[in-house]
Design a protein around this ligand. Structure first.
Ligand code: ADP
Ligand code: MG
Length: 1021
């Protein structure tokens, strides 16, 4: 057992300044806090000693790690004392200090018989602890030699000093406790020296050099299980630490693959030094780590780290914006860091998808920092982290024969009796060091090898020996040899994961047998707080332990674990939903698992759409596997599918195929039109984004009719945005007018009515009605557009972005609106808002609006910027496969800039194909007039009379043989015919047409056309 002795430094001024009453108050406080600490770390009886206290660890209950626990308690008591001292200093103006001494030894059981030791107890170990206390510096913890020896592997101690204590003449050895050993250093793990891996270590060393000079890199260390990836990482970590790098470890786990954000948040917690703190302390720590960030950004970061205050609402922003802002913030923190850091991400083949893609973004700044990122993975991993631009790759090959021989010699020793066995093992291991080690352990446990590690003797005839065929077989044999309770512990732990805390096993009702497992080198202890943390020595051991149990037993563990996780962190149930769902699914509780997947998806919708998508997908698969007679099967199959179809376009998943048809059939058999309408709305967007405008519009009409038929205003209004988008693109102005009118009526005064998909359908309804009205030559459109913008602005950033982009990229190229200074400012403003809070699509749309507006300005500088923006969004549209229907207008405007720069012929070619594209789905579409207009102008400008024939054909195509008197088309026809007449030198016709053009522009209030008409007149004057 270990004795802890703590005493207040009784300086003169304490006695002089404080009255008895106050002194007692302070002492009571100190003793109470310390007693709580002792209890927390499993200490036994606590004695009050007048000026301090004494506590025992390891008695009366035997604790194998009593010395270590006493160290933890000692440091924690000093922390408490420190806090109290600050208070006392402030209030009473005196300095309070505490000394702590520790000593370990055997105590005769009888001494505890009375239940109280009495301060006067003078057992030798107790007296010695008091002596240690007396030589400790104020604020310090002094360890006797016996205690130091027990904890030297798990703590950091000062150099030994020789101190004089009362009662002996000889000085005695003592060491000061500095800190608890680093959690990741695999304390006390006995390892053979590293063999081979010379060039690998050399390369990594060189990369460290480069990092130190400010040029960091990302390195992938790749190889099969057991080949030595983690070992290389540990070696690098050691070398890096010696060279001044701070080292941060993160571990991906096979069972957490579907738990979004897990790995990233772990890495960030470790990197910001707030790991292992409770949430509140972690938030404080984060405040110190990143002192000046935007308060909203701080909330996002806390949420990402899983340490958010549940009582504070998250900013209402789109997941895309959240990601943009988090990435920007983390990158700037990474870039600002001037000390070298090594980030290790272990076993990336198990990384969750969200962490993976965010991390791939984050590491792009590493080359500009003094940092290294080392990622280990198995060869089958081919994800984004492997493809990071400029990343190095180190593939670990099997050890060669001589390295294997060296390794085996180190493990077995050089007794001649092990020679033959060593050869067999070398052959079997095939250069896999882990297999070699496991075989050695297996033979030792079987009794084939006897003696000490590194000095074994083999008494068995090797020709009669069965040698494990695979590393799994070796592990299995070792597990079989455990006692039943030991095996039980290992099995339960394997269900928790590669790392597990003792507390969770207790919650599973396991009387955990860690000693046996530690002794068998199946697990290591990696965390030494009150709730000890362990890790499987290798992921394969966990995998074998997991696989080799009966499925039904395993299911039990999973079920209990799900309950334990839910119970232990009731505040984090949403955050843990994905994990709970996995366990329940593995337990075979399909209905419950389904519910948790759906819950996880809802949690993720505000954080990452693709994560939400994955959870719905998992829910869908569960539902599909349910038997037909299950009464809930149908509705369970519909719900996730509805969401999947509804959002598929946002994660670029093509649902045109079976997914949607299945949803339709299921909805039909359930009579569930509402779900069908929502799923359909998603499909409409998907069609529209892929420029299948006709199909989009047809389906939109069907969905609208369905929604109308349900007479549920929230639903009708709710599906409006995607449907109206298709109709606008298609130029179906009568329908646009009718539907938007309906939404305006159904919404009443509520700008947020029907906000299922989108904040303010009403805002867009006004914008859409405005567009329909101006296209059809009706009055009131200007007020409509204004109102759309102001309602959008009052509701949320996304609604504003939508109203803004519809208004301007619809209005400017068609000549309805003028790209005035104030309009440019307004769009710039909307862009900022969208970047802060909107999804990537909203940002792209507003950028397009800005590009379009700038492309219609007079100065070269503005048009250059417009051109650049349009080129960029065009690229994004193509790459991300959305807004493809907008490509023709973008290409035409870009080509016009080319022609202005004198590249007329190429420009015309580009325009022709863009116009063909634009007309592929019919003559009515939104952009038809504008693109035709640019082509005709350019033809006439560049070719003069030679361009007339083609210009006329283009104009004819725009009429589409129709005579519906659509104002927007009429005015373009007038304008273009005026230009043709001018080019032909037919001035009579020209003047007549020009007047009509001017008048029409005036009466309709089309600002752009008015400007153009006036410009024509000035040119002819
Ligand atoms: N080059 C080496 N020299 C000595 N021991 C090694 C070497 N490579 C791996 N080992 C040992 O083999 C075992 C498995 O290695 P590990 O790094 O965990 O494999 P991986 O991470 O690739 O699955 C570890 O105990 C490790 O110490
Ligand atoms: Mg490993």
């Amino acid at each position: 057992m270990t004795v802890l002795f703590a005493d207040v430094v009784r300086s003169m001024d304490i006695a002089a300044v404080l009255d008895v009453e106050r002194l007692r108050e302070i002492m009571t406080e100190l003793v109470e806090r310390s007693a709580a600490v002792v209890q927390r770390y499993g200490g036994g009886s606590v004695e009050y000693t007048g000026d301090g206290l004494m506590a025992l660890f390891g008695a009366p209950v035997a604790l194998e790690d009593h010395a270590f626990r006493a160290c933890l308690a000692a440091l924690a008591i000093q922390d408490e004392a420190c806090g109290l001292a600050t208070e006392v200093q402030r209030r009473d103006g005196v300095t309070l200090g505490l000394r702590v001494g520790l000593n370990s030894g055997r105590v005769i059981a009888g001494e505890f018989g009375s239940g109280s030791l009495g301060y006067a107890a003078t057992g030798e170990p107790i007296g010695f602890a008091k002596r240690m206390e007396s030589v400790a510096p104020p604020g310090g913890v002094m360890l006797s030699e016996s205690t130091a020896r027990l904890v030297e592997n798990s703590t950091q101690l000062s150099e030994p000093e020789w101190v004089h204590i009362k009662g002996t003449d000889e000085p005695v050895r003592a060491q000061r406790l500095v800190a608890i050993g680093a959690r990741e250093s695999h304390l006390g793990r006995a390892e053979a020296d590293l063999v081979g891996r010379h060039w690998e270590m050399g390369t990594l060393d060189a990369l460290m050099d480069r990092a130190l000079s400010g040029h960091g890199s990302v390195v992938n260390v790749v190889g099969p299980a057991g080949i030595g990836k983690s070992r290389v990482a540990r070696e690098v970590a050691g070398a890096a630490a010696r060279r001044g790098f701070e080292v941060f470890w993160t571990f991906c786990e096979s069972h957490a693959r579907d738990v979004p954000f897990g790995v990233l948040s772990q890495l960030l917690r470790v990197g910001s030094g707030v790991n292992n703190l409770d949430d509140e302390a972690a938030r404080d720590g984060l405040r110190v780590f990143v002192p000046d960030i935007d308060p909203q950004d701080r909330l996002l970061l806390e949420d990402l780290l899983g340490i958010a205050d549940p009582n504070v609402a998250l900013p209402q922003i789109d997941p895309d914006a959240r990601r943009r802002r988090l990435t920007a913030m983390i990158n700037s923190v990474t870039l600002a860091r001037s000390e070298p850091a090594l980030y290790i991400v272990e076993d990336a083949h198990w990384i969750d998808a969200v962490s993976e893609s965010m991390l791939a973004d984050l590491v792009t700044v590493i080359p500009r920092t003094p940092s290294l990122v080392l990622i280990t993975s198995r060869p089958e991993y081919d994800g984004e982290l492997k493809q990071v631009h400029g990343a190095q790759a180190i593939a670990l090959a099997p050890l060669d024969d001589s390295d294997t021989a060296t390794l085996l010699a180190a493990l077995l020793g050089s007794d001649p009796s092990v020679g033959a066995l060593s050869e067999i093992m070398a052959d079997r291991a095939a250069g896999n060091p882990f297999f070699a080690e496991e075989m050695v352990r297996e033979f030792v446990q079987r009794g084939v090898l006897t003696g000490e590690r590194g000095h074994y003797v083999c008494r068995t005839d090797v020709s009669e020996l069965s040698v494990p065929a695979t590393v799994q077989a070796a592990i299995e044999a070792r597990i079989d040899r455990l006692s039943a309770p030991g095996r039980q512990t290992l099995y339960a732990a394997s269900v928790i994961g590669a790392r597990f805390e003792s507390g969770l096993l207790t919650a599973l009702g396991i009387g955990a047998m860690f000693d046996e497992l530690l002794g068998a080198e199946l697990i290591d202890q990696v965390g030494f707080t009150a709730d000890a943390e362990f890790a499987f020595r290798h992921p394969l051991i966990r995998a074998v332990a997991y696989e080799s149990q009966l499925k039904s037993d395993r299911a039990q563990w999973h079920r209990r674990l799900a309950a334990a996780i839910e119970e232990s962190e009731p505040d984090s149930a949403d955050e843990n939903a994905a994990m709970i769902a996995e366990h329940l699914q593995a337990a075979g509780d399909l209905h419950a698992a389904y519910g948790w997947h759906m819950r996880a998806a809802t949690w993720a919708t505000n954080r990452d759409i693709s994560a939400a998508w994955r959870s719905w997908e998992r829910a869908r698969r569960i539902a599909d596997a349910l038997p037909d007679y299950d009464p809930e099967q149908l509705s369970m199959r519909i719900a996730p599918r509805t969401m999947l179809c509804g959002i598929a376009w946002r994660v670029h998943v093509n649902i045109v195929g079976d997914q949607f048809e299945e949803l339709r059939q299921l909805c039909n058999s359930a009579g569930d039109d509402a779900s069908l309408a929502i799923g359909m709305a998603g499909l409409v967007i998907d069609h529209a984004y892929h420029a299948r405008i006709r199909q989009a519009a047809t389906l939109a009409s069907e969905a609208w009719a369905l929604a109308e038929g349900l007479e549920d205003p929230n639903l009708t209004v709710g599906v409006f945005l995607p449907l109206i988008y298709a109709m606008i693109e298609c130029g179906e102005w009568h329908e646009v007018l009718r539907w938007s009118q309906q939404v305006i009526d159904l919404s009443g005064d509520d700008p947020s009515k029907g906000n299922i998909i989108f904040g303010s359908p009403l805002a867009v309804a006004h914008t859409a009605r405005g567009m329909a009205r101006y296209s059809m030559g009706r009055r009131g459109w200007r007020d409509d557009l204004r109102q759309g913008l102001s309602i959008g602005r009052s509701v949320d950033p996304l609604s504003y972005a939508a109203a803004n982009s519809f208004t301007y990229f619809g209005g400017i190229p068609t000549g309805v609106l003028r790209p005035s200074d104030s309009v440019i400012r307004e769009i710039e403003d909307a862009l900022q808002i969208a970047e802060r809070s909107g999804d990537d699509l909203a940002v792209a749309n507003v950028r397009m609006a800005l590009g379009v507006a700038l492309a219609h300005r007079d100065t070269d500088a503005q048009r250059d910027r417009g051109q650049q923006l349009l080129a960029e969004v065009g690229d994004i549209f193509v790459r991300q496969e959305h807004n493809l229907a907008e490509l023709p207008i973008i290409h035409v405007l870009l080509a016009r800039e080319r022609s202005r720069r004198g590249d007329g012929d190429d420009a015309i070619d580009l325009m022709r194909s863009a116009v063909d594209q634009q007309f592929r789905d019919g003559p009515w579409l939104l952009w038809n007039a504008a693109v035709t207009g640019v082509l005709v102008e350019t033809l006439l400008e560049h070719r003069g009379p030679d361009g007339v024939a083609e210009a006329e054909a283009a104009i004819e195509r725009l009429t589409g043989g129709a005579d519906d008197g659509l104002a927007i088309r009429e005015i373009w026809l007038l304008r273009l015919r005026t230009l043709v007449a001018h080019t032909q030198g037919d001035s009579e016709t020209e003047v007549a047409l020009r007047h009509r053009y001017h008048e029409m522009a005036q009466s309709l209030g089309y600002e752009g056309h008015l400007d153009w008409a006036e410009a024509m007149e000035q040119a002819r004057a």
